[in-house]
Design a protein around this ligand. Structure first.
Ligand SMILES: [Zn+2]
Length: 151
């Protein structure tokens, strides 16, 4: 008897409080302001690998990746003001890759960190995962990035 492959899905939600600014943006977003960003990480595959406790990926570990950004100001390497350790404690500054600390770039960062976590926890299994990171800046402003990755 042939059974259709199952589909397993894991969803983790976490939020974080941050500040950022969009230098060069022609509007009030060029000034430092804060958001409570809500992240929803959805990871699915045919069947997750399991650890010795039959757990796949620890919800807490994904949550940690997101919560790492909590209470930080998010900047890019070009925003020298916040990168001066004499002025700002660098522990509270996070440098995201890209030309601006946009929701797009932060979502990409989270996405890449989840892939790194899978590579560390279950390397070279040949499993294809579908990953979606939904990052909500406000009730009305949402960015979603999706990625299919084989690890
Ligand atoms: Zn903003």
């Amino acid at each position: 008897m042939h059974l259709d492959p199952a589909m397993e899905k894991l969803i983790v939600k976490a939020h974080f409080h941050t500040a950022h600014r969009q230098p060069g943006y022609p509007g009030h977003c060029q000034h430092v302001h804060g958001h409570t960003w809500r992240a929803k990480v959805t990871l699915s595959c045919e069947e997750f690998p399991r650890d010795e406790l039959d757990m796949s990926v620890d919800f807490g570990e994904i949550k940690q990746l997101v919560r790492f950004l909590d209470h930080k100001i998010i900047v890019t390497k070009d925003d020298k003001t916040f990168l001066d350790p004499k002025v700002f404690d660098q522990e509270g500054v996070f440098v995201v890759e890209g030309r601006g600390p946009s929701v797009e770039n932060v979502a990409r960062y989270i996405c890449n960190k989840v892939v790194d976590l899978l590579k560390t926890k279950y390397p070279a299994r040949g499993i294809t995962y579908d990953l979606e990171v939904k990052l909500q800046e406000t009730d009305n402003n949402i960015f979603i990035i999706g990625k299919s990755v084989t690890v």
